[in-house]
Design a protein around this ligand. Structure first.
Ligand SMILES: Cc1ncc(COP(=O)(O)O)c(C=O)c1O
Length: 340
């Protein structure tokens, strides 16, 4: 199997829309003892800018335009430490809008480069809270900008119903159509909760036998729990999601940072597929589920992005040592699984 999706950047809005979604579902046969389970990896890195957030950006930009109908180009602001920044910068530029990204030092070099490429204005905050997170500082900066420039439109990915709506209308139906039948469980990572809310609600309505498993990181309180330091980017949040309701999912799994990293590397060694850090959480949660559920035959892992942006983190031994993340103990557990 080959990997490394290299992104040819969309040059027009119609190219962006045309290349959005319809991401591939890669089937793996996972063996655990004498059992077999079909694991379908939905690879969101095949979106035009490389992640599931391209869909969110599309939904947020169309929502911004609908709210300000007929008033010409917009200036959009958003707080982002990850993939939404690059995606929204592209979507805004391709629609003729100005984009201000409020970012923090955890932003990856790739996403910063994407934002610059599409002419996004970058506002960097550097005040972390006591858990090392910057979300509150980013939101405070957005509010300051809007106090000074009240015409600026805040897409507000953490509270805007347009975020889950695009996943309910696009990601969920696409997934249901691709699996073409029943699945035992779907594993969905959480940050704002937009994907989980939209996809989870759709699957519960249309494929009611599917168990929707929310996957979160250590230290995240997106779905409750206790706030703490978060070492991997993309997954989790240090505020409770207002987009997700209890009816959108059936259970929460938190496989842990070291297990997620080990799973990324294990998957690469078994299949050649390099997934992003949050996909490591998703696949780890899925493997634990398979081990505990003898009846599981067919499941889906929604993989938010690919490994290309994580070469200096998840796939770098020096970074892991600096963050005191030791994947080695998890390899013993992973050795009980085989992939064909
Ligand atoms: C890289 C990445 N993008 C997007 C998402 C989904 O985020 P949201 O809950 O904001 O839809 C995740 C979730 O963990 C993620 O890891």
């Amino acid at each position: 199997m080959t990997q490394a999706v290299l992104h040819q950047l969309p040059a027009t809005w119609s190219e962006f829309v045309q290349r959005l979604g319809n991401t591939p579902l890669i089937p793996l046969e996972v063996r655990f003892g004498t059992r077999r389970c079909e694991v379908l990896l939905k690879q969101e890195e095949h979106n035009p800018l490389g992640s599931i957030k391209d869909r969110t950006a599309y939904g947020l930009v169309l929502d911004a335009e609908a709210r300000r109908a007929g008033r010409g180009p917009l200036t959009v602001v958003e707080s982002t430490s990850g993939n939404l920044g690059g995606a929204l910068a592209a979507a805004c530029a391709l629609r003729g809008h100005t984009f201000i990204a409020v970012v923090d030092p955890k932003m990856s070099a790739e996403n910063l480069a994407l934002m610059r490429q599409y002419g996004g204005c970058i506002e960097l905050v550097t005040d972390a809270d006591e858990t090392g997170n910057y979300l509150n500082a980013r939101i405070a900066r957005v509010r300051q900008i809007r106090a000074r420039l009240p015409w600026v439109h805040w897409t507000n990915q953490y509270a805007n119903p347009a975020n889950p709506r695009v996943h309910y209308r696009m990601t969920g139906p696409e997934l249901a159509q691709q699996v073409n039948g029943s699945i035992d469980a779907a594993f969905v990572a959480v940050s704002t909760g937009g994907t989980l809310s939209g996809v989870g609600r759709y699957l519960h309505e249309r494929l009611p036998g599917t168990r929707v498993v929310a996957v979160d990181a250590d230290g995240s309180i997106a779905l409750g729990g206790t706030a703490g330091p978060r070492r991997l980017t993309g997954i989790g949040a240090n505020r409770r999601s207002t987009l997700v309701t209890a009816a959108d999912y059936d259970e929460i799994r938190r496989p842990g940072d070291a297990t997620a990293v080990a799973t990324c590397r294990w998957l690469a060694s078994q299949t050649g597929l390099r997934v992003g850090g949050s996909s490591g959480f998703v696949v780890a949660a899925c493997l634990k589920y398979i081990a505990a559920h003898h009846e599981a035959r067919r499941v889906v892992c929604l993989c938010p992005d690919g490994g290309i942006k994580y070469a200096d983190t998840v796939y770098d031994d020096g970074w892991l040592a600096a963050k005191v993340i030791d994947p080695r103990p998890a390899y013993g557990w992973l050795s009980a699984f085989d992939v064909a």
